[in-house]
Design a protein around this ligand. Sequence first.
Ligand code: NAD
Length: 501
Amino acid sequence: MIEEKKALFIIFGGTGDLANRKLYPSLYRLFKKGYLKEHFAVIGTARREWSDEYYREIVISKIEDLAESEEHAKEFASHFYYQSHNVKDIEHYKTLQSLAERLDTTYQLDGNRMFYLAMSPNFFGIIAENIKSQQLLTETGFNRLVIEKPFGNDYESALKLNDHIRASFNENQIYRIDHYLGKEMVQNISTIRFGNHLIESMWNNRYINNIQITLSEALGVEERGGYYDTSGALRDMVQNHILQMVALLAMEPPTVFRDNEIRQEKIKALRALRLYSEEEVRTNFVRGQYGRSTINGETLSGYCEETNVSENSQTETFVAGKLFIDNYRWAGVPLYIRTGKRLAEKGTQIDIEFKNVPHQLFQTANDQPLPPNILSIFISPTEGFALQLNAKKVGPGVQPEPINLTSSHSAETTANSPEAYEKLILDCLNGDATNFTHWDEVAASWKFVDRIRAAWDTAEIEFPNYPSGSMGPIESMHLLKKDGFNWHWSPVTTIKDTTED
Ligand code: NAD
């Protein structure tokens, strides 16, 4: 049953890329489905001087491909209002407050407000402060603050930012977005674990050999060089998306499948991450940077040649690492992670490798051990599962061979399933914080990541060290090899040339 939601959305950064590409289409999808109907309004704010009419035209142009009809798109856009706003100017919040009051009455919104900060994190604290001081928070309805990543660039800055925001909003009013948590197959990690006794009863160090998480991007930094060069793969991908997947894979079953209970378990898992010494970072982590390569006759620039990137940059575009969760369930089980840009193939995949049979009864070619059972979770672009088992090869004798039980969402299901942002906005309207990160998760993640960054910052490294179209530096393979494992997902590389100096 679809229940109409009542809310005023105030989007800070209403002319920006995120608003245009993600927020307006997601709000329209919710409108199309009936979650948003008559009782909603949107105020877009940014510095430019725009009229409501012009803003509505822009919004319509961003949902063109999705719109049922021109009429329907216009009806949706009629709920949008624009305010030219400088986030540092107190007077502008006063104007915003009177517009918000007026729309609250016109659309009967019951004082429900969602403040969406779709702009640079430098402004998050000041906006939250001014929202409170200029009395934009209502007494009658809900007040929810949605914040984009990055949340700080280390533990100290994240703490400072959090303190600033918490002076105006309670933890349960803050929704920190990690759009990976809106992905269908990331949400499926809990279902496959807690919905199957077969799986969950084996989900521990007695049966699992290792876990591998790969978040691979085929593109380079494109036009984000300026931002990326101050961030790097560790902060951009590991601190948030990868550690969130680690938490979901490692957490204990919650007593109830509800936001507070789930987040408490995730926090415990993240706090159990082993914090490395400088020496341990060197043994357990690998960093890389892509160099210039020629792929299929096309020459791609190296990272240091990209726009807005320093020519001697020490920023990593690749990270691989071995993590340990120090608790009863996971003692001794390595979790390998890797992420990078300009890799051989785009995709996010989790592979869980189970231990081998305790005693091998079957003869294999060259007397090799039987291949391990592997549960693969395909997050994107393919969405699905595969379970690798050993079965009898058809024919005489008893020769085992690996088979794969697979299930994947059809292209149609994937295309029609709600986009991450659509799901997350709806969750926020419902007051369900399951798929948003709690401050304690952010804090534990930064504490882990800061150790790696600190160790890396003590020594320069010879970059570039992997060519575009490969799966990163060779040391990433060695990381597993020295433990007797391999990356299960090894896309065929398209390298035609090696890295140039
Ligand atoms: P953007 O630069 O495209 O947009 C920034 C917006 O802020 C613009 O509307 C601009 O007018 C407004 N702005 C800037 N200074 C202002 C001021 N002083 N007063 C009022 N308005 C001001 O940025 P974006 O790509 O939309 O990103 C917004 C946030 O979302 C960032 O935190 C970013 O890290 C995060 N994010 C973006 C994406 C994405 O796909 N674009 C993905 C994940 C996270």
